[in-house]
Design a protein around this ligand. Sequence first.
Ligand code: ATP
Length: 259
Amino acid sequence: MQPLLTLQHVKKSFLQPNQQLFGRKRNSIINDVSLNLYAGECLGIVGESGSGKSTLGKLILGLEKPDSGTILFDNINIHQRHNKSSMIRKHISAVFQDYTASVNPYFTVAQIIGEPLDIHESLSQSDRNKRIEELLLQVGLDHSFFCRYSHQMSGGQLQRVCIARAIACRPKFILFDEAVSSLDISVQTQILELLAKLHHQLGLTTIFITHDLTTVTYLCHRVAFFYQGKIIEEVNPMSQLGQVKHPYSQQLLQSVLGF
Ligand SMILES: Nc1ncnc2c1ncn2[C@@H]1O[C@H](COP(=O)(O)OP(=O)(O)OP(=O)(O)O)[C@@H](O)[C@H]1O
């Protein structure tokens, strides 16, 4: 079977601070990352703050360009300019940690969820509204949310709206970058339950980026431990988690188990 997403020897660096005008010194952030993700899989990428997880996510979403290496989605190189088409954009979606910054505060929920539908699908007004209602129900929100603004919702409710927006065009792949990290523990659990349900119902392929190994154990089929811009160890299947070998992975595991 062909992977849906392939990263081959991906590297990314940024100019060091205060080097933008005259300097050339760069910090290597992503150091030769290769991975395959198959349709229907949920891969967890776990690492500490600053390890480069979000940069890796941005590379996969096409928001940053690798210095070298290749990222293939459905066997198409997403960083070749002519491939950055709406066809690919329609099939790749994302949910970020900062749900407040992710939405336009002057938009109603219907406008937020309707935005990708307006870009990628030509629906009549009534079909568009029907689809938005369906999406609200799918993420556990009722009709009363249709006309609300972001400031009239809790964090958990707003993150549900962001999830509805992410699945609106039935993407093949969704990247979740610390998508539950800003929520209270009880709300985190509810959102993780929702994501597990949607993953199953919609046959999604997902990457779940987080610093929190516990959330990964809840959702993911396998996990890649990420340290200083590298995948240092992979666990597949999750039942093998107790057998991690790298000291960093062991340290993360122990912090979760409370040794
Ligand atoms: N556009 C950029 N220009 C310069 N440096 C950057 C840029 N984006 C990220 N970095 C640097 O890359 C490093 C990794 O950042 P990144 O956000 O990918 O880490 P992270 O593992 O996701 O951390 P966190 O969980 O705290 O968000 C940081 O040192 C950051 O300052």
